[in-house]
Design a protein around this ligand. Structure first.
Ligand code: AHM
Ligand code: MG
Length: 343
């Protein structure tokens, strides 16, 4: 008989907690609170077109980019859903320059929450999928307040990572180091239901690459040769590839996770360190990808091995099916011209 049991995200979190006798409930508390924030953001994203929340606020964020109203809304929702839980010692957001402390009136906890409240926000105006990305680390410094040391940890130290995709349906995908699980929001009951248990990247993968090809002239020779290879222009390709690029990391990564292929955001002469941020974009996606059997690299090193020196640090990103990412690395390794910043 078909298994008809419905697993809500809440039940899944409870069952995961039960399987870890050392668990105190603090970590589950963070996940519940993130779920609540995701539902609120999802509701606002869905009605953005009809309540005049579209468009920019007119100010720039710390990265020098246009901040849109929903970015700020999403950051505020996540902060307020988690500030009082007693589970966090601090937070870090893409939209805020410094570490965000936990207000004095609330107890402090042993975890750090790092998040990108609304990634791909330039797509809001045109109704393209956007997402929230999160990463959780354990506090390593002494004292109650979170410090920079707690935030600047290598990706391999993440306790959990996930994203919420606000697409044709809203999905929450996360890992706490024991596989990747995907939940789809049923808006009629307001619950995330387990729709993609134990997600594993397909093998063999779809031959799909995802990259902003307009930057070709600014790439290294190795990156340009890799593209020639993927297009079958070097006479050495044994398989042919197709291309997909949305320009919204969560959506591009989600497709890559489910179908296979490779997503790339390389360094180039304009952005010698790439565009995407190590702490709240690359590292969480890398943990999810590796947990699903994939591979994530900056072109030379595993993303999860990189220890950030600054909270808004950027990195090149190559992520997706293991064999395709490994193949990309061989092209970048022979890049005779060395790192872009030295040219
Ligand atoms: P954001 O954090 O300012 O929204 O920028 C990140 C986004 C990613 O979602 C996406 O992968 C990338 O920027 C697209 O950049 P580009 O327009 O250069 O292709
Ligand atoms: Mg972002």
């Amino acid at each position: 008989m078909k298994n008809r049991s419905v697993v809500t995200l809440e039940r899944h979190i409870v069952e995961e907690e039960r399987s870890r006798p050392e668990a105190t409930g603090a970590f589950s508390n963070i996940l519940y609170s993130l779920t609540l924030a995701a539902k609120i953001i999802s509701r606002e994203v869905n009605k953005a077109g009809i309540v005049d929340m579209l468009g920019g606020t007119g100010r720039m964020n710390v990265q020098g980019e246009r901040v849109q109203k929903l970015d700020l809304f999403a950051e505020d929702v996540i902060f307020r859903a988690l500030d009082h839980t007693g589970a966090l010692c601090c937070m870090v957001s893409e939209e805020t320059e410094d570490i965000i402390p936990i207000p004095d009136q609330f107890p402090k906890g042993k975890y750090v929450l790092i998040f990108d409240p609304l990634d791909g926000s330039s797509n809001i105006d045109v109704n393209v999928s956007i997402g929230t990305i999160f990463s959780i680390h354990k506090k390593v410094s002494d004292g109650a307040d979170g410090t920079i040391e707690d935030c600047l940890q290598a990706g391999c130290k993440q306790i959990a990572a996930g994203y919420v995709l606000y697409g044709s349906s809203t999905m929450l995908v996360y890992t706490s180091g024991d596989g990747v699980h995907g939940f789809t929001l049923d808006p009629s009951i307001g619950e995330f239901l387990l729709s993609h248990p134990k997600l594993v990247m397909p093998d063999p993968p779809s031959r799909m690459y995802s990259i902003n090809e307009a930057y070709y002239p600014r790439w290294s020779a190795g990156q340009q040769r890799l593209m020639q290879h993927l297009k079958g222009l070097d006479g050495e390709a044994t398989v042919s590839y197709s291309s997909r690029y949305i320009g919204s990391l969560v959506a591009d990564f989600h497709r890559t996770l489910l179908k296979g292929g490779i997503f790339m955001y390389p360094a180039d002469t304009k952005r010698p360190h790439g565009k995407l941020r190590l702490l709240y974009e690359a590292a969480p996606m890398a943990m999810i990808c590796e947990q699903a059997g994939g591979r994530a690299s900056d072109g030379r090193n595993p993303i999860l091995s990189l220890t950030p020196e600054a909270i808004h640090q950027r990195t090149p990103l190559y992520i997706g099916s293991s064999e395709i990412v490994a193949m990309a690395e061989t092209f970048l390794a022979d890049d005779a011209q060395g790192p872009l910043e030295s040219r």
